[in-house]
Design a protein around this ligand. Sequence first.
Ligand code: TRP
Ligand code: SF4
Length: 328
Amino acid sequence: MTIKKRIVSGMRPTGALHLGNYHGALKNWIDMQDSFDCFFFIADWHALTSDYEDTSHIKEYIRKMMIDWLGAGLSPDKSTLFIQSHIKYHAELFLLLSMITPVPWLERNPTYKEQIAELKNKDLSTFGFLGYPILQAADIIIYKAEGVPVGVDQSAHIEITREIARRFNYFYGHVFPEPETILTESAKILGTDRRKMSKSYDNAIFLSDTPDAIRKKVATMITDPQRKKRSDAGDPDVCNVFSFHKIYSTKDMVDEINQDCRKAAIGCVECKQKMAESLISFLKPIREKTQYYQQNPDTVDDIIAKGNEKASTEASKTMESVREALKI
Ligand code: TRP
Ligand code: SF4
């Protein structure tokens, strides 16, 4: 038996997951479960770095997200699924790493600068927000991960993680491997309004949407903007509905629409109806599994408890060597 490489990744608890989350991260995690020793967690402390004022939804969001993970195919038999704030060792390692991390490393973090500039309505001048990458580094190296599957937006954080691990090893002796970024190529999935799919833009289709909700949302989707009348020929290559067909419909249907749209032999209303049905069939098994977990909350509690326990055991072992290396 070959030993599988360990990977770690986390998601902030945003509640119900949408198709963008699925194709951008979750699908990739699901596919990695057989070839890696996977640790996947809900980064609830990370949520507090920017959303610290109103924490009223966090429990509900954690729960929803875990259920969507399970429904979509993350399996507790294959992966360790857990919640960051339940493993207090992350906080201990975060504290220790903060002692050795130079502030300029954090200040030049591109996402730090971007978010401060972008999220003007939030006061992000906090210590916790600046220290975000140290917490992320702790999450990763506490499991001695060799790889971190993330989107390109996170690669600067993994680079800082490697630098922090290297600095620790240099001062106190080799404890941590330097994790590699395993880049998720995100098939950019757009929302119903053609902007990036996002819960806050109100343009998202959720894994847990009912068939009727999906039909309604798809009906509002923007198509080829040049195609004004039913008799105008369309261009599938610029149409977001067609992009969805390519993901969810059969090859035969995609080929047919590709031809018919260009000669105005199909209208957008019908085309959308077809796509909605393809998407509904795609989501059906996920929805059924999600419903099962919603109706069996004890099973979910059990999965979380087991995942937490496994993560805790591993993190505790690492912290013993960390304390030993630090002579503390
Ligand atoms: N920062 C990540 C994000 O916003 C979430 C995260 C927290 C994470 N800790 C992590 C990702 C550790 C990978 C590894 O998406
Ligand atoms: Fe898009 Fe379909 Fe309309 Fe063509 S027919 S523009 S592919 S929705």
